[in-house]
Design a protein around this ligand. Structure first.
Ligand code: PRP
Ligand code: URA
Length: 209
């Protein structure tokens, strides 16, 4: 069963509140995507294993801790996931980055794949798939299926805003994937947009439309 973690941290709720406003500028929106992604990443990496290492402080020898286990890889779903990845790289600068390009067919709402480039050793890494919006769940599910078909097994999914419909679809299709959500909204509208949501994340990040 997937673990579904809805972040209830005041900083995240405050920042998402600003992102929802239609008057928020492109620059401010973009900065907030990356800030909220960092805060969610803090929780999503809570269970990373640690190893003890001996170090010397200026005063004595001591045991410190360093992240051990599988190396990490961030996989943004293009294009809106890119800015989440930039934020997360501030915290995990040594992670590699893969890219999956998907867009939703506006009529069927089903994802169409147009790009996939992963690190050569992606199947040996722990993967964090990132996309601001989990609406019908089609894009996230398709991206994760694509990764699994390439032999990748340890996958987490991080988003800023989710609809219940998307959470259901993703967790039913991929019960082995833990899902980290900034805010869980009410529902989808008839065009597959999240309500209340924040509109089209890609358009708001890049100032298109
Ligand atoms: C948005 C969003 C997700 C997808 C979510 O991308 O960034 O990838 O929709 O919807 P779903 O859960 O119903 O699949 P979009 O297809 O608009 O592409 P873009 O990032 O290029 O704007
Ligand atoms: N994609 C978005 O960017 N926003 C939504 O509300 C749904 C899908």
């Amino acid at each position: 069963m997937s673990k579904v973690i809805i972040m209830d941290h005041p900083l995240i709720q405050h920042k998402i509140g600003i992102m929802r406003r239609k008057t928020t500028s492109t620059k401010e929106f973009r900065d907030l995507v990356s800030e909220v992604a960092m805060l969610i990443c803090y929780e999503a990496t809570r269970e990373l294993p640690l190893a003890d290492i001996e170090i010397e402080t200026p005063l004595v020898k001591t045991i410190a801790h360093e992240i051990a286990g599988k190396k990490l890889c961030i996989v943004p779903i293009l294009r809106a996931g890119l800015h989440m990845a930039d934020g997360i790289l501030n915290l995990i600068p040594n992670a590699k980055v893969g890219h999956i390009g998907l867009y939703r067919n506006e009529e069927t709402l089903e994802p169409v794949e147009y790009f996939c480039k992963l690190p050569v050793d992606a199947d040996e890494r722990e993967i964090f798939v990132v996309d601001p919006m989990l609406a019908t769940g089609g894009s996230a599910s398709a991206a994760i299926t694509l990764l699994k078909n390439k032999g990748i097994s340890k996958i987490h999914f991080l988003c800023l805003i989710a609809a219940p419909e998307g959470v259901k679809r993703l967790t039913e299709l991929h019960p082995d994937v833990d899902v980290y959500i900034g805010a869980l909204d009410e529902r989808l509208n008839e065009h597959g947009y999240i309500l209340p949501g924040l509109g089209d994340a890609g358009d708001r990040i890049y100032g298109t439309k």
